[in-house]
Each structure stands twice: as C-alpha cells, then as structure tokens.
Design a protein around this ligand. Structure first.
Ligand code: SF4
Length: 240
C-alpha cells in the first residue's frame, strides 16, 4: 500500500488497510456520525475490526451509551483508553476541575492529559489508525488528505477515508445502513466531545463552532489533530 490513494472510495481504503494490517489498525472514534460510518464500513469488511475510544472522564452520558449500542449492534467491544490518574490529579489540583475555561493553554493542557497522551498509548504498537475527519468540518481541516503519515504518533499511517465527504453524504450513509447515531445530534450538536466543552451550534455556524465556544483565539483542535492547526497537512503515500 505505497500508492497515494487520494480520491479512492472510503470502503476501498479500509479494505486495503484491513488486509495490510488486520490487527494492527484500528478505527479511533468518539462515536460521532463520521466515526460510526467508518466503523460500520470496516465491520462489513472485517467483523473483527478493532475500535478504540478515549474516555476523558468528562464525556456526556450519551457517549457512554454509544459504547453499549456498538456492542449490541456490531458485537464489537470498543477498547477504552483512560488518562493517567496521577496526571489528572496533578492537573485538577493545580488548576481546578474546570481549568479549561481559564486560557487556551490551560485547555490544551487538559486535552493533552485527557486525550493526547492516552491516544499515544492507544496507538503504540499500531501501524495505522482511522479517523472520521472531513475537510468541510472547519477551515483548519481543509487541507487534510485521505492518507497521511502521523508524525505525532511515531510516523504511523493516519487514514481519513471521509476527507472529501460532505455532511449530507455522512447522513445519507447513516440512513441507508441504519447506523446508530449519537443522541446529541437530535439536540442541535454538530460536533460532540467532552460535556463541558461542547454546545449545540446555531444556524450558519460551522460544525466545530460548538467546541470551546468561549475561546476567541483558539483553533478548535484538541491536540489529537493539532498538526492541522499548525500547518497544512503533509501529503504522503502509505508506507507499509
Ligand atoms: Fe478537557 Fe475540555 Fe479537552 Fe475534554 S475537551 S479534555 S474537558 S479541555
């Protein structure tokens, strides 16, 4: 899988990746619609597909319920990774439980402890991970490619099979295949993360506007995909 698969259908990318790295590739999802579409596609190709999620300790109850729905619907047990307990203690004792409201730096510190470091552990030993990122989600994501290397996680392959999909394509797939949908979409959320850092969006706002909405100088990235906020995404072939 060394070719550039840009513009390939998502199912084709997943099929190639699942064949290349059957147990060393995972769909990493917070159970938003894009991640559920990819989970559904990958499961149809290989019912033993690995699914990884991060429990930050601040998720909405509805996200935990999605873990149960995935188990019931697909027979897939999501591998849940947690933050380091000592690091959370230090963070909260130093800045309080809601330190993310104090500054962008404090928010990024919280995201680092609760998301970035657990993701690094989750990806250790993998050759590839699959995300539900789309170019249309925000200006910072406009340059993402379907196939990238991930310099922030050991140079493994990062697959964004839905990079060029629209929201309408996502919801159309959800309807066609009766994919379980996170309940918060029905309450006006367009992007769903930690409970205290996510709100519904208003008409005309982009889908990331409900994340850390109090920040005027933030980049709406939590660190998992921070590279898109710093520079244009790198273009590479798949190394495997
Ligand atoms: Fe912390 Fe909010 Fe980031 Fe969740 S989204 S890790 S609560 S700053």
């Amino acid at each position: 899988m060394r070719d550039n698969h840009e513009d390939a259908p998502p199912e084709a990318i997943l099929r190639l990746a699942l064949a290349a790295w059957p147990r060393r590739m995972a769909v990493v999802t917070s159970f938003q619609a894009e991640g559920m579409v990819l989970l559904d596609m990958a499961w149809r190709i290989d019912p033993a597909v690995r699914v990884i999620t991060l429990d930050t300790g601040r998720l909405p109850q509805e996200t935990y319920e999605m873990i149960d729905r995935v188990r019931e619907r697909y027979g897939v047990e999501a591998e849940v990774f947690f933050p380091d307990a000592g690091a959370v203690e230090t963070l909260v004792r130093g800045g309080g439980p809601n330190l993310f409201r104090d500054s962008v730096d404090a928010r990024l510190a919280c995201c680092h402890v609760r998301k970035v470091e657990p993701l690094r552990r989750a990806l250790a030993g993998l050759d590839a991970w699959v995300t539900g990122l789309r170019r249309g989600q925000s200006p910072a994501r406009a340059g993402i490619r379907q196939v990238e290397t991930d310099p922030e996680n050991g140079g493994i392959v990062k697959l964004n099979p839905l990079a060029d999909w629209s929201w309408e394509q996502v919801t159309s797939y959800v309807r066609r295949h009766d994919v379980p949908l996170h309940p918060l979409y029905a309450r006006g959320y367009a992007s769903i993360g930690c409970a205290p850092c996510t709100r519904p969006v208003r008409d005309g706002e982009d889908s990331r506007a409900g994340r850390w909405w109090w920040e005027s100088n933030g980049n709406k990235e939590c660190g998992l995909h921070q590279i898109y906020a710093r520079k244009a995404a790198p273009v590479v072939g798949v190394a495997a």
